[in-house]
Design a binder for this molecule. Sequence first.
Ligand SMILES: *Cc1c(COP(=O)(O)O)cnc(C)c1O
Length: 420
Amino acid sequence: MQDTRLWFPYAQMKHLEVNYEVDTGEGPYIQFTNGMRLLDATCSWWCMIHGYRHPDITQAIHEQADKLAHVMLGGLKNRPAVELANKLVEITPEGLNHVFFSDSGSVGMEVAMKMAVQYWQNQGRTEKAKLASLIKAYHGDTTGCMSVCDPEEGMHSLFSGLLPTQHFAPAPEAGFDAIAEEVTQDIANLRALFEQHHQEIAGFIVEPLLQAAGGLNMYSPIYLQEARKLCDEFEILFIFDEVATGFGRTGKLFAADHAGITPDIMVLSKGLTGGYIGHAATVANDRVFDGFWDDDAGKAFMHGPTFMGNPLACAVALKSIEVFERDDYLGKIAQLNQVLQQELLSFKHPEVKDTRVLGATAVIEVHDAASLKDVQDFAISQGVWLRPFGRFLYTMPPYIITEDELKQITSTMKSWFTEK
Ligand SMILES: *Cc1c(COP(=O)(O)O)cnc(C)c1O
């Protein structure tokens, strides 16, 4: 029987059996106390982009821990936080010039939502106090975040009594490579929502190009370009949740780079620290920042998590970005993308509805979730750690994985259907 003192996420504890204990890791592999070793196809919920025990990153942790593990950001600055803010301003899309730190993706999103609402409050536009997002969205598990996740599929309908009601546009359907006219309907849907409700919408939130935990829906950069125009037309702040897409996952450093546009607010987390320690950044443009700039203390932004700007996390993030640039991760991701396309896009099976690839992300979508029952055990027998959800069997590998290792993952995904 399971030891019930440790409560696991997203699982009925009564039926959960966690048999394997992770001891250590090495590159793309997780190593268990019983000697087993598995290739991690999802790099621990997509954050361990350098894989495990990367020597430069663990060294950065050691060095910073020796110096200063933590100090409050309330009225005090520290060198790693200052340098990371500078670096993020440099690498994020042109115009994002102000960085607010927090400790996780969900909190980074809460910060973005509060920022958008207070921005309008500060201008006396008190009616703009709601948010808009997309069906199939996932933005985190805290209360504000749950309210902008897909209201039906988003795991959160249980809490609807607690949550504020927000506005939703249909999930974009035109795929990543769609031509402009294929995106027309998606944009018309968004325009219809804005026309009806713009007076009360403070911000429109999207996971740009890749709706991740809501079903790996991949959509067109044209949608983002057109949505940018609509947000300007209807006076709505455009908010990018790049917690999953940031740091290379879609093939460019940020998903925004595919569209060549700048959101008003962008949120980064998961890949920010290469997964080595939790942290997040909510990055705003001048327009948003200037909305708080005033002699009136009451217009200051009202948020401040204990661990914001934590020196350990910021030092790790700086090293992570340095390694990302130094070792040409975008080049590696382009190669991984080729392998994923070759190995998965032509895969056909009666149980398979669709296969999709974007950057270093690939999914096999099945018609019926029952098709994926026991796939995890099968993958373990093949030396691979997969963690499918719903109808989605996917991989988001660490970028340091070799082509052969990646093929081991894709062939495991395919042979689940062909060999069972
Ligand atoms: C994971 C995720 C979050 C939440 O981040 P946590 O660090 O788990 O709180 C928010 N948005 C997106 C797009 C994510 O993938």
